[in-house]
Design a protein. Structure first.
Length: 146
């Protein structure tokens, strides 16, 4: 008798994620936890205002552009952390197929950080933010989409 394939569903945005195991139309929490990234204010990363400079030819002043978009950087770090969780689960053969549901930017960050072995298990990608749906509503959404 063939073993039924274990399907995992990753639902993520840049700061929150949940991982479910999908059995027909039922979703169950696969890892037993919700993942939440840091959401620090820009001022917690460094000075509130960018530095200012004088023009050499006239007395006008202008602000320097910040070198880093901290919110985007935090989202990229969060995607890397999610990928580490998925990589460990893949090494333990906890899932056979993976469905990823996330906004396009987050999906790109996840894709960029997953190894080829884990990427090969991705069977569907949905570019939408559904992190606020309940498990029941998410199961209904998946039935319509897949």
């Amino acid at each position: 008798m063939r073993k039924q394939k274990t399907k995992w569903v990753l639902v993520a945005d840049g700061a929150r994620a949940r991982i479910f195991s999908k059995n027909h139309t039922v979703l169950n929490d696969a890892t037993g936890q919700d993942y939440v990234g840091e959401n620090l204010k820009d001022s917690e990363h460094g000075p509130d205002k960018p530095g200012r400079a004088y023009e050499s030819s006239n007395p006008a002043r202008h602000a320097y552009q910040p070198r880093t978009d901290w919110h985007q950087y935090q989202k990229e770090l969060f995607a890397k952390e999610l990928c580490q969780v998925l990589e460990k689960a893949n090494e333990k053969a906890e899932f056979d197929e993976l469905i990823i549901i996330s906004p396009p930017k987050t999906l790109g960050d996840i894709r960029a950080n997953l190894c080829k072995q884990t990427l090969s298990k991705v069977t569907a990608e949905i570019t939408k933010d559904v992190t606020k749906l309940s498990e029941h509503d998410l199961a209904l959404y998946l039935e319509k989409e897949l």
